[in-house]
Write a protein that binds this ligand. Sequence first.
Ligand SMILES: [Zn+2]
Length: 188
Amino acid sequence: MPEEFKSLSNKFLKVASGVILTNDIDDVIFALDPYFEHFNRVRWVVSGLRTPDKQLDIIIQYCVSKKVQYNFTINDVDTKNPDGTYVWQLAWSTLLDKGLLINPPRAAKCLGTYKHGILINPSPHFRGIAFDISSSRDPNGNYDPTQTLNQIIEVAEYAVEQNSDIGIVSTQEERQQDCLHFNCESEG
Ligand SMILES: [Zn+2]
């Protein structure tokens, strides 16, 4: 029997199809629903558990849209050049230089000008303890410019104020993706 996640029955903070849930993020998304109801705001969780190869796929898509040269596939998460860098590391660094702030599939140092030489950790999404809420888009691609990131921050702050045990460790704005990122407690 597949596990039933509570948050799939949410009425206000809904989970888009294709989002992979874990128990840790399901608890928080479920607990947030009444607070989105309180503000009468319907919003969508657009990202949950991700994998390193899915992350590399996203990097490839950005390379295509930003016309950044790349020579690897999603199967090259652990493939390295003779100099010890990952085959995707330079292209990923170039995306950072272009302002696309995206986590690497593995911990890696930036090779470009942005944070040159600094080690960036892979996404907490890989550990199943993070999710993203889109500020202004639904899964059908509809865009509502009256919906803002600050409206989600407002709900999140209110929720933590009302229930400090809700399981939210921190939030982070992802302006490029137009999302609010949530880091959650791990039940371990
Ligand atoms: Zn995120």
